[in-house]
Design a protein around this ligand. Structure first.
Ligand SMILES: [Mg+2]
Length: 353
């Protein structure tokens, strides 16, 4: 396969309502779509830069600019062959790297005539995902929780980390409203001191919360270690794990019991596979999560998750919350995301022209 032409387009996706987490609130998500043309085929990708990956739309556009100058004319059969080139150009730009690599995988799986998960050797075609409820009044959170459970979600992730007593009340109110069958997870997004995180975890001990994500700041290794030892809810690392070395450090420090993986954080499918392999050897089950992403890159995350037996949970929900999404084709039934059956990522892309 020869790469003929690369096109890209930054786009602001509007959410139906503001999404609030411990670190801030936002009604939009800024992403950059990318198309790799090869003969009659087009591979699609998307980068969703955030402060977590220390990127922004400008840095992604610069990186894509470099790719559009250097990749045309390059031949490849498997995306593995271009890894070093991607590493060099997208250094410290993991979401930009993920966007390009995703498009390469889309092309390669299309050429093989297989959905991406099957191209990568995966056997299952669907997995349950949770739905995230941002920080809001308990009454409103209960209303959202009921609505999401009504449409089929069997797991909810509740954002916490601003005020532990209010957070605990909200978690209890949601548990009372949805009953014991729905799985509840919480995410502190670095908002707690470790004292407050522990007080919160002990307070909601009876609510059967499965995971407590990134309660304290990414540089607070001692806090993460103390919580991993003392919290009645298992601690999951998210923002503090970007690279394989971060997983090694996590293990040496005993600073978590599980890890949230994101294609945008690690730099695409192959890098995320590396991180997941280290997690597996360290005894950490993983989740595949997302930034504010459209169906296109959510599909890439799903295809990835379907191929990895160490991935136990999915948190691929951002696409449900956009007022409009130029990409479509992912199915959701009975709480599960279902991979498209078409070759490649299998998602339809209709970008504004
Ligand atoms: Mg998180």
């Amino acid at each position: 396969m020869r790469i003929d032409l690369i096109e890209f387009l930054p786009l602001t996706l509007q959410r139906k309502e503001a999404f609030t987490i411990a670190r801030g609130s936002s009604k939009i998500s800024e992403v950059v779509f990318l198309a790799l043309h090869s003969g009659k085929r087009t591979g699609h990708g998307c980068a969703a830069p955030t402060d977590v990956t220390r990127e922004n739309v400008h840095s992604v556009l610069n990186t894509f600019q470099t790719f559009s100058r250097t990749l045309p004319g390059v031949e490849f059969e498997k995306p593995h062959q271009l890894q070093e080139r991607l590493d060099k150009i997208a250094q410290n730009q993991p979401s930009a790297r993920a966007g390009v690599e995703m498009a390469l995988f889309d092309l390669a799986a299309q050429a093989a005539g297989l959905p991406l998960y099957a191209y990568l050797g995966g056997r299952r075609d669907r997995m349950p995902t949770d739905m995230t409820i941002g920080i809001m009044e308990a009454r409103d959170a209960v209303d959202r929780a009921r609505r999401w459970v009504d449409v089929g979600f069997r797991a909810l992730k509740i954002k916490v980390g601003r005020d532990w007593k209010g957070d605990a009340k909200r978690v209890k109110a949601i548990r009372d409203a949805v009953g014991p069958q729905v799985e509840l997870r919480v995410d502190g997004n670095q908002g707690f001191s470790w004292n407050d995180a522990l007080a919160f975890a002990k307070h909601v001990r009876g609510e059967n919360v499965t995971l407590f994500e990134q309660p304290v700041r990414v540089d607070d290794w001692e806090g993460m270690r103390a919580l991993t030892e003392a919290s009645p809810i298992p601690i999951m690392a998210d923002e503090m794990v970007l690279t394989p070395d971060d997983v090694k450090k996590l293990r040496w420090s005993n600073a978590a019991r599980a890890v949230n993986l994101k294609l945008m954080k690690h730099g695409g499918l192959l890098k995320t596979m590396e991180v997941n392999t280290l997690c597996e050897s360290a005894g950490y089950p993983t989740m595949v999560g997302c930034m504010g992403e459209p169906q296109l890159s959510i599909a890439a995350g799903l295809h990835f998750a379907l191929t990895q037996k160490n991935v136990r949970w999915l948190d691929l929900d951002s696409h449900f919350k956009f007022a409009s999404d130029p990409t479509s084709g992912l199915r959701f039934e009975q709480g599960q995301l279902i991979a498209p059956t078409k070759p490649g990522l299998g998602v339809d892309v209709q970008l504004p022209t």
